[in-house]
Design a protein around this ligand. Sequence first.
Ligand SMILES: [Zn+2]
Length: 186
Amino acid sequence: MNGVVRTKEDPDYKEMVKCAMCGEVAEVAGHGSRNWHQVGECKDKRVVRLRRAYANSIATAVGTSCKDLGQAEIAGRLWMLDDQGVVLDLDAEDQLREVMGELDGREEREMADLVDLLRVRETHWREQRRFAYKGMLGGAWERMLTNWVIDPTVAARTRKKLFDKGMDFGTKLVKIFSQQITVLYF
Ligand SMILES: [Zn+2]
């Protein structure tokens, strides 16, 4: 790699490891996204099932807080999966818009807010996007909801709810992987 030795502290540090679940060789470190393969990319059936359940629970939570289905669908975009159950990168606005169909004027503005939120063109967008997927949503996400005329109390509660769901998803994911590792080594 151009003769550059990258240490673990380097933001571009990469470590490739074969996944115990699906056998894919994946990046496990770097860009502040430790274990992103397990979180967002692993195609193991159990992992995909868990990811789908997580997406559904998020959809329910944002559906309760948002004014209508269109708004909830935009807010829930970050947890959308591709047809193989892999988390979308959302590095391009196209991906954000995928499967959304026609948006009305208000929805267009809401979509623009979400695009801004991800700061699509900034260097650390991928890291931010991955944290967001795990339920670690910053104050900007909450402000986005209040901009959409959602009551501030509801917006705060929703952010907290999504954080809890993200933590729960993480715990269950670790359980699946540790069970697999136990099977492999004992
Ligand atoms: Zn895997």
